[in-house]
Ligand binder design. Structure first.
Ligand code: 6R9
Length: 660
């Protein structure tokens, strides 16, 4: 992994291929600069033009941006539209009804295709089904579904009737699901009997049952179950229904609910540095505008493309770049149910070959683990597959180290495909800093330049802009259409988390550190500056994991830090003090296992600490603050060279040095 000293030092440069630039949506740096200048000269005019050109409005907006109640910004506020109408009906009207919308491949390799006409019908029937249950505009609906056409249909069906969805990743535990249901005040859960992943069947419906049994979910009236595997499940009479029975008799069209541009399209929970996960609330108009526009600008989507984003719909990437972006622009996309390593680690390359994918978007962690697998087994090395259909690659979720970038470029992109390293967040709704494939010269490990209209800068602790070449805090100076609108149920937390008073309440704080190259102005993200970990591209709050650990009856205290990992970016390392004496040897191993399983149950398997170390205490200052920076050094296995004079109990460091 790159470290702070090498950030921004990369000298290899890959200009945009001339062939690519010829047909690119934004061709050449002059075209990029012209858009940047347009936004600078007339910010509202720029966004207003794009919103009129890229979306169909039921009622046109007259005002672009309302800053009167900042930071609660409003975009296109008096305009009305429907997101599902923009993603489906428009293609039926413009001659694309029979175009393939989704190529779906199951875990075991079965392939089915669905056209825009068929997708529209499914969404309408699902929407009518939801309406028949009394679900209406403004209601919240939790979606706990596997990667499937039905998952996307469920999201679009909510959008069609103006219900606000909250998708919960299928790997989260019953407790995490329950907390989200309660916070959102959801009226229904849409789920499946089971999900098929990596040759295994994993429960979903039974976890929903468990979540509801934990209590507090009285707002839930119905659970709708998509039959995916046919595995046995329990049915609660009057509450639970099969999806196929619900939609069977429903009409094939459904008049869209025209909503205000600011109507909440969805809430998606994500980890912050403190407290419980935050319900990030997104709008309808501004969000969809940026989803569509970045599909065109960053992915350069064309009518013949076969686009594939490998994310799960449980994360923001699956929202913007599977459920909404590709459909908004009428693209053909691959949706994959399974995992990259089943039946073997050549699965992605096999699917690119089979479906002739032209655009491929994945996470650095997947690339790194597939590099290892390809090195270990020549039969699944990408050179064994025909990947010549590809024309553009992308990455998202975490910094990509230059070595992995070079491998991706050479072995997957055939040294021909540009790579868009897209920096963005759940809160930003879509790409923020990213190369434009037909314009921006690429530098491995750098997400390059802010997209037109995005005013990203680097500031110091006092909010003053720093000159290029100095590392600092990444902020955005002006609101943009797809930005987070609120934290559900918590306006105060929204303000303090994203528009802190130290920065005058005006700068959007991303939570990442960054550095800008002195010569090129290119950004390199140096990682989170708060207590948020990034494990395999998944955001995890250290506090959340600590709270889960201390909820175990044996645990007195816990501190969680990240430790650099070649494959997953960061790994979770927990330092734990038990209520009883400090365990050693086999006993320590056994208790560590119990605690890891406990965390999986409390939050989900992705939150399991890789390593647990037991101490009689934790390193603390005299005022009782845990010194996490020391724990980070210990987790890395390095010697402590920092000043430890404020430490109350230096002897403890020796004890915590070794993993059990
Ligand atoms: C889309 C998504 C957001 C955090 C973000 C940052 C990290 C995402 C990145 C990147 C470096 C990139 N991140 N993309 N870091 N380069 N291209 O991942 O959203 O799950 O909310 O995570 O991920 O740390 O702050 P989310």
């Amino acid at each position: 992994m790159a470290n702070i000293e090498t950030f921004g030092q990369e000298t290899r440069i890959f200009p945009a291929p001339a062939e690519f630039s010829k047909t690119a949506a934004i061709s050449g740096m002059d075209a990029y600069r012209a858009l940047v200048a347009e936004a600078e000269q007339d910010y509202e005019g720029f966004w207003g033009r794009l919103a009129r050109e890229n979306l169909q409005w039921h009622k046109p907006f007259t005002k672009v941006l309302d800053e009167s109640n900042a930071p609660f910004y409003k975009w296109f506020d008096d305009g009305k539209l429907n997101v599902s109408y923009n993603c489906l009906d428009v293609h039926l009207q413009n001659g694309n009804a029979d175009k393939v919308a989704v190529i779906f491949e199951t875990d075991s390799g079965d392939v089915s295709k669905i056209t825009y006409r068929e997708l529209h019908k499914k969404v309408c029937q699902f929407a009518n089904g939801l309406k028949s249950l009394g679900i209406k505009k403004g209601d919240r609906v939790v979606i706990y579904m596997p990667m499937s056409v039905e998952g996307v249909v469920a999201m679009q069906a909510c959008a069609r009737i103006g219900a606000t969805h909250s998708v919960v990743f299928g790997g989260f535990s019953a407790k995490s699901l329950q907390e989200r249901i309660i916070d959102a005040g959801a009226v229904a859960v849409l789920t499946a009997d089971e999900q098929a992943r990596g040759g295994k069947r994993l429960p979903l419906k039974s976890i929903v049952d468990e979540a509801l049994a934990l209590g507090g979910c009285d707002s839930i009236k119905n659970v709708v179950v998509y039959q995916r595997t046919g595995g046995a499940i329990n049915f609660v009479a009057g509450r639970d229904l099969w999806l196929h029975e619900l939609v069977a008799a429903q009409a094939e069209t459904c008049e869209p609910e025209w909503v205000d541009a600011e109507h909440p399209l969805f809430i998606l929970y994500t980890s912050g540095s403190t407290g419980t996960p935050k319900g990030v609330q997104h709008s309808s108009g501004g969000y969809l505008l940026w989803a569509a526009l970045t599909m065109k600008w960053v992915f350069d989507i064309k009518p013949d493309d076969v686009y594939w984003c490998t994310a799960d719909i449980g994360w923001i990437t699956g929202h913007t770049y599977i459920a909404y972006g590709p459909t908004a622009v009428g693209a053909t996309q691959i949706i994959f149910e399974g995992v990259p390593t089943f039946p073997n680690a050549g699965r992605f390359w096999d699917m690119i070959q089979k479906h002739k994918a032209t655009i491929f978007y994945t996470a650095p962690t997947a690339i790194r683990s597939l590099i290892k697998a390809a090195d270990a087994d020549k039969n699944i090395h990408p050179s064994q597959y025909d990947l010549s259909s590809l024309r553009l690659l992308g990455t998202v979720g975490e910094p990509i180290n230059p070595e992995a970038w070079m491998w991706y470029h050479k072995h997957i992109g055939g040294e021909r495909c540009p790579i868009v390293d897209t920096f963005w967040q759940t809160e930003t709704g879509g790409h923020m800093i990213s190369p434009l494939p037909g314009a921006t010269p690429l530098v491995p490990g750098s997400c390059t330049l802010p997209l037109p209209g995005i005013q990203a800068v680097i500031v110091d602790e006092a909010g003053h802009e720093l000159p290029d070449g100095h590392g600092g805090i990444l902020v955005v100076k002006r609101p943009w259409p797809s930005m987070i609108r609120a934290i559900w149920n918590n306006p105060e937390r929204f303000k303090s988390a994203y528009f802190p008073p130290e920065f005058g309440g005006k700068l959007y704080l991303a939570g990442d550190g960054a550095i800008r190259n002195k010569d090129t102005g290119y950004f390199t993200i140096t990682g989170r500056i708060d207590d948020v970990l990034n494990v395999s591209g998944h955001r995890m709050g250290t506090m959340e994991i600590e709270s889960a650990l201390v909820a175990h009856p044996m645990v007195a205290e816990a501190a969680v830090v990240g430790k650099p990992d070649d494959t997953t970016g960061e790994a979770i390392c927990a330092f734990v003090v038990l209520k009883r004496s400090r365990p050693t040897g086999d006993e320590a191993k056994q208790i560590a296992k119990e605690l890891r399983d406990w965390v999986a149950k409390e939050i989900g398997p992705i939150a399991k600490p890789r390593e647990i170390r037991f101490g009689d205490n934790l390193p603390k200052t005299r005022s009782g603050k845990i010194m996490r920076r020391l724990l980070r050094v210990l987790a890395k296995g390095e010697e402590i060279t920092q000043d430890v004079s404020t430490l109350e109990n230096p002897a403890i460091l020796e004890q915590l040095k070794e993993a059990q």
